[in-house]
Design a protein around this ligand. Structure first.
Ligand SMILES: *[C@@H]1O[C@H](CO)[C@@H](O)[C@H](O)[C@H]1NC(C)=O
Ligand SMILES: *[C@@H]1O[C@H](CO)[C@@H](O)[C@H](O)[C@H]1NC(C)=O
Ligand SMILES: *[C@@H]1O[C@H](CO)[C@@H](O)[C@H](O)[C@H]1NC(C)=O
Ligand SMILES: *[C@@H]1O[C@H](CO)[C@@H](O)[C@H](O)[C@H]1NC(C)=O
Length: 469
């Protein structure tokens, strides 16, 4: 078997190594195939002959490959691919009336929510100095830095827009709550709802909200991270020492019409205690965060026959956001398998069996990573569900072979149709190496590609900004 993994697990420091390994794997594969056709008597002579030919070929390829990979495989710096080169972290991405919009964490405490827009996915404009939510709700910290983080905007059925965000709580500024705000205009200004959606202080508070309407169940969810890092075990990102304080993706069900009224409360929801979408484990490092959940497939959210591409996708960060272990991961849950899986939950109230239960994302997560990036070709956990390490610090390969250097990619956000992913990544290593006091997490956009039959997802290419073409 040709081991594509070798090509994929490309390493920044050794570009020619994987090419050579791949070549030799291919050649030995060819050799094995050819030798099947050779009779026993001539086999020894054939193998000797073939061995010499392969050896000579390998030597030649080594001579060609080393200077080739060193000189011709150009690696672009992050700044050549940043669509917004300034600090624009934890983005969300949506398209409205033919325009793309991205909202992001504030660049400084005086501005709460940043906005950028684009007529064309490669041509972004930062609305510099504009604040999409100039007024904070009373529950948020009134004096000092309310630390408004990770906004997400969605359009609800009545045409109005809802902004989800987290901010430090006035009642306990150590912790964040998730709040909501609304506006008739996508760019705002957004008017905050005076009650927070959730404030689980005993779990470190809540951050990184995301919304999903599950068409199959006609139910709306706000999913968020319990901020275990705020009551962490110390070490990397204040929670790197194992055993650490768990982080998890939890949800509240919200009203299908206004998207902001919570159904149930923090200690109880209609699903009882089973309110986890995914729970962190040791392999995740200090946390999991920045979840995005989306459904792709039949427009009605139905589950078609086996072979259908319908699937739920969960994309999120693992690793410490303050070092280069930060990475974007993906778990897919194939809709065609839901029925089989959901029988395990037969003892629960059938009225409220959401996809989280059916999918059991946690059960699909392998313990060890074997590959990263363009991995749906090789990663299969045997049940047909897939786990992919989508992006990490390293060189991303464009389809034409050109490399793009990425540092600590994070904050993934998916457009409504699932075709693009916005994310942030450091513009350089300066902050990590102490050369700069200010961290610049710039905005990037990638085009996504899906495997057939819900088999996975990969980054097809990074979008190069129009200004750099
Ligand atoms: C929405 O706000 C933008 C400015 O951000 C403005 O140009 C536009 O006219 C507004 N649209 C509506 C419908 O208010
Ligand atoms: C979904 O639920 C809402 C109420 O929450 C209801 O008004 C609507 O008709 C439902 N839609 C479908 C397709 O069942
Ligand atoms: C949460 O809601 C449940 C069910 O309505 C109720 O029994 C419980 O007392 C509520 N808890 C709080 C803290 O409000
Ligand atoms: C919820 O959790 C509590 C404490 O862990 C447990 O006693 C209770 O049985 C659980 N309820 C359900 C419905 O699982």
């Amino acid at each position: 078997m040709v081991r594509y993994t070798v090509l994929i697990a490309e390493d920044a420091e050794r570009p020619s190594y994987s090419l050579l390994q791949f070549t030799s794997t291919m050649l030995s594969d060819l050799w094995l195939r050819l030798s099947i056709f050779v009779t026993d008597r001539s086999r020894a002579a054939f193998l000797r002959g073939a061995g010499i030919v392969v050896f000579v070929l390998l030597v030649l390829l080594t001579i060609i490959a080393i200077p080739h990979s060193a000189s011709n495989v150009k690696t672009a710096s992050p700044s050549e691919y940043a669509v917004i080169p300034s600090n624009f972290a934890d983005p969300c991405l949506l398209s409205v009336d033919g325009m793309f919009y991205a909202f992001a964490t504030r660049p400084n405490p005086s501005l709460h929510v940043q906005v950028a827009s684009a007529k064309d996915i490669s041509d972004w404009t930062l609305h510099e100095g504009y604040d999409a939510m100039p007024t904070l709700p009373k529950w948020a910290l009134q004096e000092g830095d309310a630390a408004v983080w990770a906004p997400e905007v969605v359009q609800r059925p009545d045409g109005n827009f809802v902004l989800y965000f987290s901010a430090a709580s006035q009642a306990n500024s150590r912790f964040h709550c998730v709040g909501t705000a609304t506006s008739p205009n996508v760019t705002g200004p957004y008017t905050p709802v005076e009650e927070p959606l959730t404030c689980p202080f005993d779990q470190g508070g809540a951050i990184d909200p995301t919304f999903i309407h599950d068409r199959r169940q006609n139910t709306s969810f706000v999913v968020y991270k319990n901020d275990g890092n705020a009551i962490g075990s110390g070490g990397a990102c204040a929670n790197g020492n194992w055993p650490n304080t768990p982080t998890s993706f939890q949800f509240n069900i919200v009203d299908n019409e206004d998207y902001t009224t919570r159904i149930g409360n923090d200690s109880w929801n209609p699903l009882g205690n089973a309110s986890w979408v995914l729970f962190s484990d040791e392999s995740d490092g200090p946390n999991i965060e920045s979840p995005q959940i989306f459904y792709r497939g039949d427009a009605m959210g139905r589950f078609a026959a086996a072979g259908d591409d319908s699937a739920y996708h969960l994309i999120y960060n693992a690793g410490c956001f303050a070092d280069e272990s930060y990475r974007i991961e993906h778990i897919v849950c194939r809709a065609t398998q839901l029925n089989a899986v959901s029988t395990q939950w037969a003892s629960y109230d059938a009225t409220y069996v959401p996809f989280f239960r059916d999918c059991r994302f946690a059960a699909m997560k392998p313990e060890n990573y074997k590959s990263w990036g363009q991995s749906f070709l090789v990663l299969n956990d045997g049940v047909g569900n897939h786990f992919d390490l989508l992006l990490r610090t390293g060189i991303f390969r464009q389809p034409d072979g050109a490399g793009v250097q990425l540092y600590a990619p994070g904050g993934p956000a998916i457009s409504q149709d699932g075709s693009y992913m916005a994310f942030h990544a450091d513009i350089s290593r300066d902050w990590f190496e102490g050369r700069s006091p200010d961290r610049i997490r710039a905005l990037f956009v990638a085009e996504l590609e899906y495997g057939r039959k819900g088999t996975g997802l990969r980054i097809k290419r990074l979008i190069k900004p129009t200004s750099k073409i």
